[in-house]
Design a protein. Structure first.
Length: 211
C-alpha cells in the first residue's frame, strides 16, 4: 500500500525482454532511498517487487498483465519514473490510499499554466471516468491528486509547483501516456452497490449495505 506522495525518481538503464516478461533495471536519482530484495515499490504508480538492489540500482520483472495495463511495458531506456516505497505501520498518510494496481492508461490532453501552478487534463477510458468522484482522489503516474473536474472522457487536476518539481510531470508533454488508479474506496463502494443492484446512491441504500 502507498500514499501517492513521491519520494524520488529513477531512470531506466536496462531493459531485457523474455518470452512472457520484461526485466527492467533502474538507477535511483538523488539520495535517501534504498530497497531490499523482495520488497514492494511503486514505479510510476505500478506496484512491483524488487528482485535485486545494489548501490543505486534496482531491478524488477514485469508480467503480461502489468505490461498490458500500464505504461511500463513501453518505457524506453533513459525514461524517468516516480518512486515511492510501500507504507510501514505508523507512517504518515500524506496523500490517499494507493494500491499500486493500475486501472488503465490515459493521455495528457492539455497542460495549462494557472499563475504559478498548472492545470492538467487527462483523457481516460470511459470505465475509469465512471468510477471517479469529484473532490475524490486519483493517482496519476503514482502521484496523489484531487479530482477537480470530470468530463465525458477526461478528468482535470491541479498541479502545484512543489509536485511539479518533485515528480516526472515536469518533463511530460501533451499526448504522453500516464498510469491511472481510481481511489480504492470509491471502487469498493461502486462494486458493492452494483453487486447488490442498488439503483442510486442514497443514505437509505448505503445503510442497507452496512455503511
Amino acid at each position: 500500500m502507498f500514499t501517492g506522495i513521491i519520494q524520488n525518481q529513477a531512470v531506466l538503464r536496462e531493459r531485457k525482454e523474455f518470452r512472457n516478461q520484461i526485466h527492467l533495471t533502474f538507477e535511483i536519482l538523488g539520495r535517501g532511498l534504498s530497497f531490499r530484495s523482495g520488497e514492494s515499490v511503486a514505479v510510476d504508480g505500478v506496484c512491483v517487487t524488487v528482485t535485486r538492489f545494489g548501490g543505486k540500482t534496482f531491478s524488477a520483472d514485469l508480467l503480461p498483465e502489468t505490461l498490458q495495463c500500464t505504461t511500463l511495458g513501453k518505457l524506453s531506456r533513459g525514461g524517468r519514473v516516480n518512486l515511492e516505497r510501500s507504507l510501514k505501520v505508523g507512517d504518515t498518510l500524506g496523500g490517499h490510499w494507493v494500491t499500486g494496481h493500475v486501472d488503465g492508461v490515459g493521455f495528457i490532453r492539455k497542460i495549462k499554466r494557472n499563475g504559478t501552478s498548472f492545470r492538467l487534463q487527462i483523457e481516460a477510458p470511459a470505465d475509469i471516468i465512471r468510477r471517479l468522484v469529484k473532490k475524490g482522489s486519483v493517482a496519476i503516474d503514482g502521484i496523489s491528486f484531487t479530482v477537480q473536474e470530470i468530463g465525458k472522457r477526461s478528468l482535470g487536476v491541479g498541479v502545484i509547483p512543489e509536485t511539479l518539481r518533485r515528480t516526472t510531470l515536469q518533463g511530460k508533454r501533451v499526448g504522453e501516456r500516464v498510469n491511472l488508479e481510481v481511489d480504492y474506496f470509491s471502487k469498493l463502494v461502486r462494486h458493492l452497490l452494483l453487486r447488490n443492484r442498488v439503483s442510486s446512491l442514497t443514505v437509505k441504500g448505503l445503510k442497507k449495505q452496512g455503511f
